[in-house]
Design a protein around this ligand. Structure first.
Ligand code: SF4
Length: 343
């Protein structure tokens, strides 16, 4: 009954919008529809995209995992996947509009399944679309990396050698409390196996520090895992409660703020060191770089390599989407700086 609000529409209400608008404009009656559908995949709605290099395609919605800190299963509903033919059709249309890169998107993208087709099958199908040169995906869950998917990433030249592998915490007890469904050892084994199968893979992650009841020793296990894997980059967060989540209802937010900050500082310091190490290992290598636009500094252009790392090089007027070769001369924690070596 808030003044000024006539309609409240949830994510699955879009087909009811004309009806809702009609009702409110004709009768002045307020309307709301927040029910989450078990089947809605928005498969016939092809969003308009701003011209650019990369376009996102939502291939699945929702999540069945119920990590205790996360609100997605409550706001986006159960997992449901789009027909692969429909995804391929959207990719074709995007290629016709000039997009060179597709990022397949889903709250739990690698648990995609449509009838017999799994996520590996979907990527193979999308890779047949002419004009699309690179395929990325986000955000996956570590539980859904079967050998078949790793082989597609390893062997399909259009599928980028980059995996976001959210760790969240290094202690098995904390992981269990988060309902992440893997142990510290299983995660380490998966990361090492991925590096064996795809040696030039770029691995990134998400980490939460200060989850309820996390002790100093358990946080040190997070650092131990980070040190063992040395991710290329990481999104790092201090735990904070999200309304509606299991954690907010059952676990008091009991790690003091100063302690969370101290853990965060140590984690960020370690990750910066790893990012720099990983980037410096690229010095002297030549990458295919897809041009995205101008760099931050005058006289520079920037693009990304297959591993999604930002590569900066001297301005030569390359158009967006063009693939060029760049030799890396030096590196910072966030950027590779190089020289164009083949046009
Ligand atoms: S963190 Fe990811 S896997 Fe876990 S519930 Fe949220 S969306 Fe699902």
């Amino acid at each position: 009954d808030k003044v000024g609000v006539d309609i409240v529409a949830g994510p699955d209400a879009y087909k009811k919008l004309p009806e809702m608008l009609h009702k409110v404009t004709q009768t002045g009656e307020k309307d709301f529809y927040l029910t989450l559908s078990e089947f809605e995949t928005y498969s016939d709605v092809f969003p308009t995209h701003e011209a650019g290099v990369n376009a996102w395609i939502a291939v699945m919605r929702g999540c069945d995992n119920f990590c205790t800190f996360c609100v997605v299963p409550y706001t986006r509903g159960r997992e449901r996947s789009r027909d692969p033919e429909n995804v391929v059709e959207e990719a074709r249309q995007l290629a016709a509009q000039g997009f060179k890169q597709i990022t397949l998107l889903g709250q739990n993208v690698n648990s995609y399944r449509y009838e017999e087709a799994d996520f590996a099958d979907l990527m193979e199908k999308v890779s047949t679309v002419e004009g699309i040169e690179r395929i990325r995906f986000t955000s996956p869950h570590p539980k859904d990396f079967p050998e078949k998917l790793l082989q597609v990433i390893a062997t399909n030249p259009k599928v980028c050698k980059q995996i976001h592998l959210p760790l969240q915490a290094g202690s098995t007890r904390v992981l269990d409390k988060m309902n992440r469904t893997y142990t510290k050892e299983e995660f380490l084994q998966l990361a090492h196996h991925i590096r064996e199968v795809i040696p030039d893979i770029v691995l990134t992650t998400d980490v939460i520090v200060g989850f309820p009841t996390e002790s100093e020793e358990e946080f040190l296990e997070t650092l131990e895992v980070m040190e063992a894997i040395k991710f290329d980059s990481a999104f790092m967060f201090k735990y904070s409660e999200r309304k509606q989540t299991i954690a907010s209802r059952k676990f008091p937010d009991d790690v003091p703020e100063e302690e969370k900050t101290s853990r965060m500082v140590r984690l960020v310091e370690m990750q910066r060191r790893h990012s720099l190490e990983r980037n410096q290992a690229h010095v002297g290598q030549v990458f295919d770089v897809m041009v995205e636009g101008v760099g931050k500094k005058p006289g520079q252009q920037m693009g990304r390599n297959d591993g999604n790392k930002i590569v900066v090089f001297p301005e030569q007027g390359f158009e967006k989407g063009r693939m060029i070769k760049v030799r890396i001369d030096r590196a910072t924690t966030n950027t590779l700086i190089g020289t164009v070596c083949d046009v």
